[in-house]
Design a protein around this ligand. Structure first.
Ligand SMILES: Nc1ncnc2c1ncn2[C@@H]1O[C@H](COP(=O)(O)OP(=O)(O)OP(=O)(O)O)[C@@H](O)[C@H]1O
Ligand SMILES: [Mg+2]
Length: 457
């Protein structure tokens, strides 16, 4: 990479009250391929930062309205954590040193030395990028202080050190994967592998060889021998995600592994002994699946040694502000967005949403709000704007409904109706617009008896 390529998408904000300094820095930086923005004072700079992402800040110490140190502090308290490089005159070197103690990345004395500024800036931008990458690859923490989440943590702590099989159930987006990872991490197998298999994502004809492996030539396409996930997980944990989606045949084979501690690769003569801890998860109601004959009862009992239920968000709404705060900080660091604050009205409005998609939905909504809301504070209107409310207020009648369930259904019905009208009753297009399978939309239309002729279209 040439320096120009490296700095191509890098924005530097230059904050200085002297336009001559801003101008000369702009020339130097633009020559290196940086994108440069300017602000002539602290207040303008803070407003600018709340706008779009900035990768580094060059900040003059001596400014009339708000000095550089105050700007640095204001930035940090607002959650702007990009590197700040201070520019000091001879007289305020002491302040520059203080600034580095308060988290500034570096400082330069005037007159500025071009090479020194460029080198330090390059390092600052690079280490900031690495820090963001580290944050984005780390899993979420299990955030929450509600009784439900505290209980969840206790169960994990108790179950983890044992060899027992854990079955995690809960609605979509409630953190089943996080729980599985936590169980593994707190177990005696933490040093061993954690191998995740999404049983719903693997085609039926491949899942057996995925899980148990196969010998070379055991079926068309088996060009070489392959170890299955159970063998890969030897000494560690296998996480059978979406276990409710396994076929009867695979269920029978998994049951055998659980009973004998042995796997039989497809086409192999001999079984292989494995030492594997099993964690399974599903958002299906397995008892119902058993009743319908779709899931083996004996396998269920083998898996369900320690049942763990991840609570839906609506049962732990007191965690909502904590979760919002956590995702705001995480996203801000990860993607270099400005960290915004959510005011009371915004939180209250979030509290009114049904949260069918649980924490995943909340996480996505927080991200959208950070990108889409114009100011440094996210308010009720912003939430209404992005959460499907379209800024409209809900019909008063909805609030007279007796139960949450009735409310949710009625709101859903109105939403679907509204979207269908918006899309001129093109079901495929509407389904795409509201991000649901077409079959589901048909099901809902059926359930709510939504028909075009009644509504004029
Ligand atoms: N308590 C929590 N604190 C912080 N983040 C959470 C929490 N619970 C879930 N998340 C985050 O929400 C998202 C959804 O969680 P996860 O993928 O574990 O859901 P799931 O229960 O496996 O859903 P599905 O059934 O759809 O697979 C993830 O990004 C996860 O990190
Ligand atoms: Mg999952």
């Amino acid at each position: 990479m040439t320096p120009n390529e490296r700095s191509a998408h890098t924005t530097v904000l230059v904050i200085d009250d002297e336009s001559a300094i801003r101008e000369s820095l702009r020339m130097i930086l633009e020559f290196e391929g940086y994108h440069v923005d300017e602000a002539s004072g602290g207040r303008a700079a803070l407003a600018r930062l709340a706008g779009s992402p900035v990768d580094a800040v060059l900040l003059d110490i001596k400014m009339p309205e708000m000095d550089g140190l105050a700007v640095l502090e204001a930035m940090r308290s607002r959650g702007f954590d990009m590197p700040v490089l201070m520019i000091s005159g001879h007289a305020d070197v002491a302040t520059a040193v203080e600034a580095t103690q308060k988290g500034a990345y570096d400082f330069f004395e005037k007159p500025l030395q071009r090479e020194r500024v460029l080198l330090s800036l390059r390092n600052a931008v690079e280490s900031y990028r690495l820090r963001r990458e580290r944050v984005s690859s780390a899993p979420d923490e299990l955030v929450g202080e509600s009784a439900a989440v505290r209980h969840l943590r206790e169960v994990i702590a108790k179950a983890a050190p044992t060899p027992a099989t854990v079955l995690i159930t809960g609605e979509s987006g409630t953190g089943k994967e996080l729980v599985a990872a936590a169980v593994h991490r707190q177990s005696q197998r933490a040093e061993g592998p954690l191998v995740q298999v999404n049983c719903a994502a693997i085609p039926e004809e491949l899942i057996e060889s995925e899980l148990f492996g196969h010998e070379k030539g055991s079926f068309t396409g088996a060009v070489r021998r392959q170890a299955g996930k159970f063998v890969t997980a030897d000494g560690g944990t296998i996480f059978l995600d979406e276990v409710g989606d396994m076929s009867a045949r695979t269920q029978a084979k998994v049951l055998r592994v659980l009973q004998n501690g042995e796997v039989e690769p497809v086409g192999a003569e001999k079984a292989i002994r494995v030492d594997v801890r099993v964690i399974a998860a599903t958002n299906r109601d397995l008892e119902e699946e058993i009743a319908e004959g779709r899931f083996r009862e004996d396998l269920f009992y083998r898996l369900n040694v320690i049942p763990v239920r991840t609570p839906p968000l609506r049962e732990r709404m007191e965690d909502l502000p904590l979760l919002v705060d956590y995702f705001v900080r995480r996203y801000a660091t990860m993607n270099n967005y400005p960290a915004k604050t959510f005011d009371e009205g915004a939180l209250e409005q979030l509290g009114k949403l049904p949260w069918k998609g649980n924490i995943r939905e909340l996480k996505n909504l927080v991200e959208r709000l950070l990108i889409l809301s114009p100011g440094a504070e996210v308010g009720r209107r912003d939430v209404l704007g992005v959460s499907g409310g379209g800024g409209n207020t809900l019909p008063e009648a909805l609030f007279n409904l007796p139960t949450l369930r009735r409310f949710r259904e009625e709101a859903e019905r109105l939403f679907i109706l509204h979207k269908l009208e918006e899309n001129e009753w093109n079901v495929t297009q509407t389904a795409q617009a509201i991000d649901t399978p077409r079959s589901n939309l048909y099901k809902k239309m059926d359930q709510y008896e939504i028909k075009r002729e009644e509504h004029g279209g």
